[in-house]
Design a binder for this molecule. Sequence first.
Ligand code: NAD
Length: 486
Amino acid sequence: MKIAVVGAGYVGLVTATCLAELGNQVVCVDRDHGRVTVLQAGGVPIYEPGLDDWLRRNLDAGRLRFTTQLPAAVQAAELIFIAVGTPPQEDGSADLQHVLAVADQIGRHMNGFKVVINKSTVPVGTADRVAQVLRERLVERDCADIRFAVVSNPEFLKEGAAIDDFMRPDRIVIGLPPGEEGQQARTLLTRLYAPFNRHHERTLWMDAASAELTKYAANAMLATRISFMNDVARLADALGADVDAVRRGIGSDSRIGHSFLYAGTGYGGSCFPKDTRALVHSAAQHGLRMRVVEATEEVNHHQKDLLARRLIERLGADLQGRRIGVWGLAFKPNTDDMRDAPSRHIVAALLARGAEVRAHDPVAMAEARRALTADLAAAGRVAAFHTPPDGCTRRVPGSLALVDSPLEAVEDADALLVVTEWKCFQNPDWARLASLMRQPLVLDGRNLYEPGLMDELGIEYHGIGRRGRVRLNGRVRPDDRLVSPA
Ligand SMILES: NC(=O)c1ccc[n+]([C@@H]2O[C@H](COP(=O)([O-])OP(=O)(O)OC[C@H]3O[C@@H](n4cnc5c(N)ncnc54)[C@H](O)[C@@H]3O)[C@@H](O)[C@H]2O)c1
């Protein structure tokens, strides 16, 4: 089938590449010239495991092309996917300007029946707004007889496992418009997605509003599980229980399942924070409150700088003269995405207290440099990046060094904060690590390590919700209402 995908970001690139892999002719359009040039040469501007091989294979086979020229791509395609960003606005609502700008361009150039498919995460009613824009442009062009169908087909892939998620979806949600156009779209999309439905039917057909709401409800549910476990972790700390044992205890209940039950430094990324806010905002526009989702956000807000608060509790509010190692900057493993990453809050809090921060991430260093520079600039601070010479023990207060290895991050450090659960952090050489640090103090924001083992190794260890085993300053605090590091 002939397909255009507009947007060459995490979702657009994976969608375009996977659809090409299935034998379709795909043109992926982005307005960012630099990005398109890299892609045309077979480069991949984001980190997504496996994507580079798949992209190059389909580029070489002539099934996948990249362009900045939307008109030609629209005219050649029967199916047009919109996969551009929908970032949060100040009030929490989703910013639809990119989606509507693409709709405007499609309306100006479409030349026959098209199925326009919204893959971006958009609030209920957006399919109707896109259809309205198309109609207006067609009327202006005196082409009101050109027909179209606007379909909602939200994407559920996870960064880090995006190809597998796209190629082996749990379900494909498709919201159709009413009438003949909707049925025509259904016929085309049934053909497009047939390879995913061979074993059993995975497509769930519904109306567009329900499909749009399904995406937000799914993300809100997953975010809620995380915040729920973070609440349980606080209680576990106070009661002397181990949240990891509780996680296994409840996850083995088939009604609950094991996914998204990890206590930690809170959720981040490009989806959960913005989608929960957008859902609350949508409800408010209809005079309603999403109380569970509001509580989910509140817990997450508290959780994001928990590690920094705990460090301050342990080392004192003034971190001048302290060197803090940070492992992991991306919002989760297997991606370089720094959008709303908890590391950004933690690093900002440490720098504001005068600490020297040495951070390492196996993949996200370039993105981290960009994101952290922007954060510091927004806070009115100049980014004080520095490259410490080998073996240097002199601290540079309020400075940040992005270093090349996990062990470099802990050299002469007063504490190590583990923020992202990359596999390469799972089994460090503890003896070497402890010998390199000024004091062996580990604050584990992802509960990667066993408190018992840390005890044996003589490492002072603090997980999340595991303080029943190892108590901060020799006492358990009933809650975490600690000094804000801001
Ligand atoms: N990232 C995820 O894991 C994920 C998962 C599911 C759904 N989503 C949703 O998918 C959408 C896209 O997310 P993303 O992470 O891929 O975004 P992204 O920021 O990585 O990519 C968006 C791309 O769209 C391009 N773009 C913007 N306006 C354009 C225009 N007018 N014409 C052509 N290109 C344009 C940008 O240059 C950018 O390359 C969002 O709504 C997001 O919520 C994301």
